[in-house]
Design a protein around this ligand. Structure first.
Ligand code: ZN
Length: 257
């Protein structure tokens, strides 16, 4: 697991699997842990990493309800989880879905966990809106399109955008629901002014990138989605994201566009 400091108050760890990111953000003696790494050893070492860096984690935030972002309670079992209304609704309406998806992954890769994943009731945050951490506020924006739920988190004093599964340097836009292209494009439009101000953007998958690179990815993703809408499976993939796995994601996208 790689960890990198983006600002005195922001540290990002990137998982060895799926390059899923976990962001620690602090102010005035308290910290939040946004999303999570995936592997048991990464989750086990996370509390020590936070403590050594002076981040006292009092709460967890999740950008969306996909299982690979929800494992923070393995690292911080006492911390309550905060998320958007839409994510809280997904957790309630799809009981056990995250646990099942995690178990499938674990069985495929022979991963052993110390205990089952517990996901107690999440606290619903106002989105769009703000949530306090220490002396500062995080700004929350709706971010649906990848899934039907989700939020992006802007850390204004650090000029860091934690956007969930958008603007990834390693993954093309991934649509989980039919007809999601307009919602995805609307999220990109909402993220755009934040990306323009950002020193760094933390995507859900892939190491943090600077604002200029994120802006370039945003343009590529918009062009890809517009082509997907017009041409379906014939749409061209972004140049740097054309691996076999990205082509498989593209084929699934084409059935949902
Ligand atoms: Zn994800």
């Amino acid at each position: 697991m790689r960890a990198v400091g983006l600002h005195a108050d922001v540290v990002v760890a990137t998982s060895r699997v799926y390059q899923t990111t976990c962001t620690l953000v602090r102010s005035g003696g308290e910290a939040f842990c946004i999303d999570s790494p995936i592997l048991p050893d990464e989750l086990e070492i996370l509390p020590a990493l936070a403590e050594q860096s002076g981040f006292s984690v009092v709460g967890l935030l999740a950008t969306h309800a996909d299982w690979d972002h929800l494992l923070g309670r393995y690292a911080f079992p006492e911390a309550p989880l905060g998320c958007s209304d839409t994510t809280a609704a997904r957790l309630i309406n799809e009981p056990g879905a995250a646990q099942r998806a995690m178990r499938e992954f674990d069985e495929e890769h022979y991963v052993e966990r110390p205990r089952p994943l517990s996901l107690p009731g999440a606290q619903r945050l106002p989105v769009p809106g703000k949530v306090e951490v220490g002396d500062h506020e995080l700004e929350l924006q709706p971010a649906d399109g990848h899934t039907v739920d989700g939020m992006a988190i802007w850390i204004p004093w650090a000029r860091v955008l934690v956007c969930g599964d958008y603007l990834s340097p390693v993954e093309i836009p991934m649509l989980h629901a039919k007809g999601a292209v307009p919602a995805y494009l609307a999220t990109l439009a909402r993220l755009e002014p934040l990306v323009e101000q950002a020193d760094y953007v933390v995507p859900g998958h892939g190491a943090p990138i600077d604002g200029a690179r994120a802006a370039a990815i945003l343009r590529e993703d918009r062009a890809y989605l517009e082509a997907l809408r017009e041409e379906g499976a014939a749409a061209k993939l972004p140049l740097a994201r054309r691996t076999g796995e990205q082509r498989r994601i593209h084929e699934r996208n084409a059935t949902r566009a």
